[in-house]
Design a binder for this molecule. Structure first.
Ligand code: COA
Ligand code: ZN
Length: 321
């Protein structure tokens, strides 16, 4: 059974986008529940400017309040040196740096040119140093930008190379607004794996155009074994027009379980956690499996079918007399 590594991002990519502020204690309780599910990594929160992302203004309190589960890595989003210093003070396992490979998206999300982002992130990498904290870089809009359109694969590979040269442990290829399609995903994933065999490569899909599960299959075919997903399908970048939820964790795990992959994740525990989300965020989630049930969650045969078969049996008996 092929082992896959599932990374839960709902409390960062999901909660950053919710209109109602989710109380710190509720965030902590949700992360503690997720810690029991078998994820390889949980993206807990982000150490961004509280003005930019008010929903996650309690990052320190959340990071310090959770109960760490051995075997689970706790990662956080870090946009700059200030964020790195705050995060390092909370004992993170990994810093997830972020920049966009498209110039207009980088300028709208991070308010600076890509080269300025790179210079800042290079500084963040040196602040974190070669100590116990790992560095991952999430590259946004690698499969297309809602303002620019296509981003040439060569340009994406160049950004991956520049971060690999800085010695980061991993790179995440993010389909920020659901523009990726399967053949594109397979080609780019294969190239990245071939050119950067030392990197931990994650794929991060949004289901904006309904292609997230298909894109996951394409990435698996290329040899990718690490995926971000969001409980209930929450998520979306506040600075990406038309962005919507990440691929839904339970929908993804349900499919991968059926196909015989070892995700390490307990689907029933995830579903129980996902069922708590509407109470926290005040609206339903796009989770399909929560609504429909698992494939073999069978339903009782309706009474009218029993009545009908009883009628048939007695009619046959009548005729036989
Ligand atoms: N933590 C806390 N505060 C921070 C901070 C951080 N990591 N980075 C900047 N700030 C504060 C500054 O102190 C300053 O506060 P002040 O106005 O009270 O003086 C304010 O934010 C602006 O700082 P500045 O350095 O001018 O940054 P900026 O306005 O250019 O913002 C980012 C840059 C990247 C910090 C900001 O745009 C951001 O956090 N964006 C969020 C991106 C994101 O997470 N998007 C969704 C995920 S992809
Ligand atoms: Zn995302």
């Amino acid at each position: 059974m092929k082992r896959l590594f599932m990374q839960e991002v709902a409390t960062r990519d999901g909660f950053q986008n919710e209109a109602t502020f989710i109380e710190t204690a509720d965030k902590i309780s949700m992360i503690d529940a997720l810690s029991q599910c078998g994820f390889a990594k949980i993206e807990v929160t982000s150490f961004t400017s509280p003005k930019a992302i008010p929903a996650l203004r309690d990052a320190e309190a959340v990071m310090q309040g959770i109960t760490r589960q051995p075997g689970v890595e706790y990662t956080v989003l870090v946009p700059n040196v200030r964020g790195a210093e705050r995060a390092l003070g909370c004992g993170i396992d990994e810093a997830n740096l972020v920049m966009s490979v498209s110039e207009p998206h980088n300028r709208s999300n991070l308010r600076m040119a890509r080269e300025d982002s790179f210079a800042q992130l290079k500084e963040v990498v040196s602040v974190i140093g070669q100590g116990p904290v790992a560095v991952n870089v999430s590259l946004s809009t690698v499969f297309g930008c809602p303002m620019q359109g296509d981003v040439p694969a060569a340009e994406v590979l160049d950004w991956v190379a520049r971060f690999a040269d800085l010695g980061v442990r991993g790179v995440t290829l993010c389909d920020t607004t659901g523009m990726a399609y399967p053949s594109q995903v397979q080609a780019l994933s294969a190239q990245v794996l071939k050119l950067f065999p030392e990197l931990q490569v994650t794929l991060h899909f949004h289901n904006t155009r309904g292609m997230a599960l298909a894109n996951t299959l394409a990435a698996l075919e290329a040899g990718i074994d690490r995926f971000d997903a969001s409980l209930g399908g929450l998520g979306g970048c506040p600075y990406a027009p038309g962005a919507s939820g990440n691929v839904c964790t339970e929908d993804l795990v349900h499919m991968l379980d059926l196909m015989g992959y070892d995700t390490g994740v307990d689907l029933d525990l995830i579903l129980a956690a996902s069922a708590r989300l509407p109470g926290l965020i005040g609206h339903a989630t796009p989770s399909q499996i929560l609504r429909a049930g698992k494939r073999l969650d069978l339903h009782p045969i309706p009474e009218h079918v029993h009545n009908l078969s009883r009628q048939v049996v007695s009619a046959v008996a009548e005729v036989a007399k």
